[in-house]
Design a protein around this ligand. Structure first.
Ligand code: OOG
Ligand code: NI
Length: 270
């Protein structure tokens, strides 16, 4: 699969459910900046049909290789990040999976039943992450039950496979000198920041600072009725050079832990 075409398609699908991201990108461009994408992120369950290794396959075929591993004990998540072997400017890929066996039998059963409704071939498609929710129309009752155990599980149930965010490479913005300045600009333009763990996550000594706006909301047609749920969000990352002189290319688990909360329906903050 041609990677330029793939990322273009992915951006189109993402902005269709995340209009704020397209607006923010235009605002930067109006200032004369060019927006580059630092990374995308994908969510899944650790079921062997759709775990990280399955979702990573098409990226490996595009020239990506596995790099860092990250554990999120409280959220019961595991993640890996992938970098392109030769193209330094290719966006990094962050893929996380929910550790199903750490949840109730009820949740495990629910997810199994959902996945059993999908043609197994669907999961092996190279463009699975362009397909969104591949299982039938969700039930509000199930969504709310999942929400009680895991925001991530509930989000995944309605949103399915997609890039849950794109990330502005703040190092490449010419009109801003710091992430704080970017955040000011976003707030002045009416966007709400995820303030879990502070508006800026990380610091120069960790070689990475990140912020994000809260996820947009979209109307989802549930079996019972139409209801608004969170879709996707836009992230902003500023990387610092490590001792070797190259920009840090990894992720910071403590910061990522808070970034995940950009899609939370509970505890939405300013
Ligand atoms: C991923 C959250 C973590 C980062 O850059 O640390 C992350 C997600 O919300 O699925 O993107
Ligand atoms: Ni991210």
């Amino acid at each position: 699969m041609d990677s330029t075409y793939f990322f273009k398609q992915l951006w189109e699908q993402y902005t269709a459910k995340t209009p704020s991201a397209a607006k923010v990108k235009s605002l930067f461009e109006e200032k004369g900046d060019t927006v580059f994408n630092d990374h995308i992120a994908i969510r899944t369950f650790n079921d062997t049909r759709i775990n990280i290794d399955v979702l990573a396959k098409p990226f490996k075929a595009m020239g990506y290789e596995a790099k860092g591993k990250y554990h999120f004990e409280k959220k019961k998540l595991f993640a890996k990040h992938f970098e392109h072997k030769t193209e330094a400017n290719a966006p990094k890929i962050f893929i996380s999976e929910l550790l199903l066996e750490e949840f109730s039998m009820k949740l495990q059963k629910t997810i199994d039943v959902i996945l059993n409704q999908v043609q197994p071939n669907t999961f092996n498609a190279k463009d699975l992450i362009l397909k969104g929710r591949v299982w039938p129309k969700p039930s509000l009752k199930i969504y709310q039950e999942l929400l009680e155990e895991s925001e991530y599980a509930a989000w995944m149930y309605v949103n399915g496979f997609c890039s849950n965010h794109f990330t502005v490479d703040v190092n490449k913005l010419k009109s801003f000198e710091s992430l704080a300045q970017v955040n000011e600009f976003l707030q002045t333009n009416g966007f709400k920041l995820n303030s879990s763990g502070g508006k800026i996550k990380g610091n120069p000594s960790l070689f990475l600072e990140q912020s994000s706006i809260l996820a947009d909301e979209i109307e989802v047609e549930f079996k019972e009725k139409v209801k608004k749920v969170t879709s996707c969000y836009y992230e902003f990352a500023l990387r610092y050079p490590t001792a070797e002189g190259n920009l840090f290319a990894g992720f910071i688990a403590n910061s990522a832990d808070k970034i995940f909360e950009s899609t939370n329906v509970n505890r939405r903050r300013n």
